[in-house]
Design a binder for this molecule. Sequence first.
Ligand code: DGP
Length: 211
Amino acid sequence: MARGAFIVIEGLDRSGKTTQIAALYEHLISLGKKVEQIKFPDRTTAIGKMIDAYLKSQADIDDHAIHLLFSANRWESVSKILKLLEEGTTILCDRYAFSGIAFSASKGLPFDWCKTPDVGLPEPDMVLFLDVSPEVAQERGGYGEERYEKEEMQKRVREEFVRVRDCGGRSLRWEVVNAGRAKDQVELDIRNATQALFNGVEGPIRRLWAP
Ligand code: DGP
């Protein structure tokens, strides 16, 4: 039996990730596929609650320490991710290690240092990067109250995402989707980009940035 596909959706805040993941999820359900949505940070765990307090500015945590907590929050889901994929369930994942590097590096932490704690996580079969300019993102009802939701920060994060893509390694499939367009057009592009994965994937689950 083919294993499930691991699909990660990345992008700036207000790039439409949550809406598009929900649309793809409904589409896959309508096709009778086994599919689950996961999201990072997962704010429900003990580590996730510390991250949540940090993002809401209720707690101040050193930049290095919060970076490691975001990574630990991904590692604590690894067994669940592997189990789902092995039983043939497709995973739609809202943010992953790529956000981890882009957001922390944009605060000035060394790029390679940011990458290290996530080396060895399950590698996605595809990363869809929903590309939107910070200006367009802001026009979409404005940013919320959270720590990183400021135009200057989002501009730096977008630049860092380009570096993250370029360090992806040979096996990483990174597709850029122009997310500045109407929701239905973006939805169609995402379906077209991912449909080869809908019947599952042959081959082992690779490890991210593994030597
Ligand atoms: P969201 O729940 O998708 O709105 O994401 C919360 C915020 O946290 C968002 O501004 C992006 C940021 N973020 C997500 N993952 C990481 C990470 O691993 N490291 C850092 N520094 N920030 C992250």
